[in-house]
Design a protein around this ligand. Structure first.
Ligand SMILES: O=C(O)COP(=O)(O)O
Ligand SMILES: [Mg+2]
Length: 238
């Protein structure tokens, strides 16, 4: 079947946002009287949205009751710091621009489906100059449930006017794969993202691609195969 749309995860798939997220987490920790954490440790907390990130960054240093009590103050501090820095040290991964250009040239509709809250997603996409590529942006608080629930993927498909079976999800984590699979989409993973610190080869997906540029070569081959009956490029899980 031909593909009509590609739904992209943001953090760890299109952009390396951990330097900015780590800056904001550590600004919050210092604000609350705690020592900063290492960036590679903070990277393992990214994936289930801003509130989860702040919860985990607090839980690393205090018991549950104290964490609960200090959470509102911590979230306010994090939000303030992240709004100040958002996009400044965030880098677009190699192959993303070429891949997005190629997919648009193939006539595919493109969307971002991220667990990042909308207050940060819009400004980030604008700051780094990626916003014009996307027809639809679904953030972590756009619908009632976040990835790994299928709801945000189904909502993105509805907004784009495509059937989930004709959409490809590309992400860096189990949250993207579970959400995409449950929605009925094809799922490709990139190996360079965060995945909450775990190996992506253990995740159920249709394949692993080295870059978004490589993903665009696969979407082109799949479209050609739908037209001519030939086989698309083979996918592997390593
Ligand atoms: O904000 C997060 O925790 C993760 O965002 P993502 O869904 O774009 O990876
Ligand atoms: Mg991600």
């Amino acid at each position: 079947m031909p593909l009509h749309a590609v739904l992209f995860d943001l953090d760890g798939t299109l952009v390396d946002s951990v330097p900015d997220l780590a800056y904001a987490v550590n600004a919050m920790r210092v604000d609350l009287g705690m020592a900063p954490l290492r960036e590679d440790v903070i990277a393992t907390y990214v994936g289930k949205g801003v509130e989860n990130l702040v919860h985990r960054a607090l839980a690393a240093s205090m018991d549950e009751a104290t964490e609960h009590e200090r959470f509102p103050e911590a979230l306010a501090s994090f939000r303030h710091a992240y709004h100040m820095i958002n996009g400044e040290k965030t880098r677009i991964f190699d192959g993303v621009i070429e891949g997005l250009q190629a997919m648009r040239a193939q006539g595919l509709k493109l969307a971002v489906v991220t667990n990042k809250a909308a207050e940060f997603t819009g400004p980030l996409l604008k700051n780094i100059g990626l916003h014009a590529f996307f027809d639809v942006v679904v953030s972590g608080d756009t619908v009632d449930r976040k990835k790994p629930d299928p709801m945000p993927m189904l909502y993105a498909c509805e907004q784009l006017g495509v059937a989930p079976a004709d959409a490809l999800v590309i992400g860096d984590s189990m949250n993207d794969a579970s959400s995409g699979r449950a929605a009925g989409c094809t799922v490709l993973l990139v190996p360079y993202g965060y995945n909450e610190g775990r190996d992506i080869r253990s995740i159920e997906a249709d394949g692993i691609v080295a870059s978004i540029k490589e993903a665009a070569e696969w979407t082109a081959s799949r479209t050609a195969s739908a037209a001519t009956g030939s086989e698309p490029l083979p996918l592997t899980m390593h």
